[in-house]
Ligand binder design. Structure first.
Ligand SMILES: O=C(O)CCC(=O)C(=O)O
Length: 296
């Protein structure tokens, strides 16, 4: 379970990493279900709303990049996002009333896995308050060489960055490195054996490099908000929104805090058709990370 030390670390640094929340059997099951989904996606020749593919992907040499919103599409994950160890941790970090907002599995296949440029999740989905965090469940051992999540300590209490390309004016899902050079020397790697869990605040600056190793780096990311954090981009389906409560009580009275809330608009026309974090970040003015060879 999450200890007081983890909670203090999360509050001070904007992220914390904990082991021992799940049994080996639970992690084994999580990996098995994910493996099955990857096999299913491997035969695809083009992306679907659920499966995003690496640029080099081909059925003969599969490289699946991301599984979108698994908690919406698959019963196993619908249940997993309500795991008692997660609920216990969430209630310690963001309060008694919590709703799941999004989920994805970033798969970073060995030697291929795409990097993620520096960004703050807040700028993708601003809310009326920032009691919002992302849980990362490690499906593989994550080390310095397979593209670990990097977090900048203290950044959750600092500047809220613009994520637009100043030349095009479009939202590009990444900080503009010319306007706001990121001093990544203080960044910390979230590493640990499969089953480890990271928690990062919605305003924490984070990124991850390409996967330089042969071993995949699969990370299940689940975003959770306090029930009184209202999504400023709106709610499209009220019944779904209510069904997304994972513990405590919902409210129709959002709590407001005074925070800058840049909105992710306008979107580039290509991203309006199909949004991919990875592709949209390539529309930034300058990239920090080299991309793996794009065969297709
Ligand atoms: O997979 C990662 O390393 C980070 C991903 C991330 O920040 C995101 O998908 O928003």
């Amino acid at each position: 379970m999450l200890t007081d030390r983890h909670v203090a670390e999360y509050q001070t640094k904007g992220f914390a990493v904990a082991e021992g929340l799940f049994t080996e059997q639970e992690i084994g099951e999580l990996r098995r279900v994910t493996d099955e989904l990857i096999v299913e996606a491997s035969a695809l020749t083009s992306p679907t709303p659920t499966f995003e593919l690496e640029p080099s992907h081909a059925p003969e040499q599969p490289a699946v990049r991301r599984i979108e919103m698994p908690h919406r599409h698959f019963d196993f994950f619908r249940e997993f996002v309500r795991h008692p160890a997660l609920i216990d941790s969430l209630q310690k970090l963001i309060g008694p009333d919590v709703r799941v907002h999004n989920s994805k599995i970033n798969l970073k296949p060995g030697r291929i896995g795409s990097p993620v440029e520096w960004h703050q999740d807040w700028c993708f989905y601003p809310h009326t308050n920032d009691a919002f965090l992302t849980v990362g469940v490690f499906l593989d051992d994550i080390t310095s060489v397979n593209g670990p999540l990097l977090c900048l300590p203290g950044s959750h209490q600092g500047k809220i960055y613009d994520h637009h390309n100043p030349d095009t004016g479009y939202f590009c899902s990444a900080v503009d490195l010319d306007a706001d050079p990121v001093n990544a020397t203080g960044a910390e790697e979230c590493v640990g054996p499969a089953g480890t869990v990271s928690f990062h605040h919605v305003r924490t600056m984070h990124a991850s490099g390409p996967n330089m190793s042969a071993q995949a780096r699969r990370l299940l990311l689940i975003g959770y908000a306090a029930a009184d954090a209202w999504p400023l981009l709106g709610v499209r389906n009220w019944d779904q929104y209510e069904a997304d409560m994972v513990c405590g009580r919902s409210t129709r009275n959002p709590r407001m805090v005074a925070l800058p809330c840049p909105v992710p608009f306008p979107m580039p026309p290509e991203a309006q058709e199909r949004f991919s974090l990875f592709d949209n970040q390539k529309r930034a003015r300058r990239l920090l990370y080299d991309r793996p060879a794009e065969v297709n």
